[in-house]
Ligand binder design. Sequence first.
Ligand code: PNS
Length: 203
Amino acid sequence: MSRIAKRISEPVHFGLVLAGISPSLQSDSAAAWVKIQIVSRAQMKASIAIYPGSFDPVTNGHLDLIERGEKMFDILIVAVLQNVGKKPLFSVAERVEMLREVTKQWSGVEVDVFDGLLVDYARRRGAGVILRGIRAVSDYEYELQMALMNRKLEPRLETVFMLPGLTYSYLSSKLVREIAQLGAPLNGLVPPIVEERLKAKVS
Ligand code: PNS
């Protein structure tokens, strides 16, 4: 069984807790009340991390971060946001397909799609960590806001920031899309399969 399948098949535990038993319960006459509270003990594990993003398309900078994250966490879920608001270059299915292809060498990496709140998705997946990359100071403010908002929404969820290799500090999907549309060379910026798809898309 793969590492991912093993983890996901772990049962989610629910505990029944008798939260309060009235003293009157100890007498025969009075109606007793027992408040039964179902406490979800579904855990958000620090060994499971989510690397969320648009990945339109995946770049070598994303891959660098995935490689670093894969070493750090038992399971790294690369989660593509299904954002109906944005007008992406690649469909979600195309982005997922490219991500699966370029991450297939790592058994601990899973590619998935999510919509709605990231914290809800993290709870569903039992993940305790959000992984995000910070390339430069300019990323910091936006990332800080998101991390603090996510913490407000779900205090059990930690955001971990990692730095991609310096070579990728200027790289973004947006710039890659732009230069691809203007016919500039893409070697070194994206994996070969993404380069092919980009060229086909903009030709
Ligand atoms: O690659 P991106 O576009 O910078 O990724 C942004 C992403 C997907 C991480 C962010 O938009 C997100 O988490 N969206 C899900 C909706 C949500 O939870 N919003 C509140 C975040 S504080």
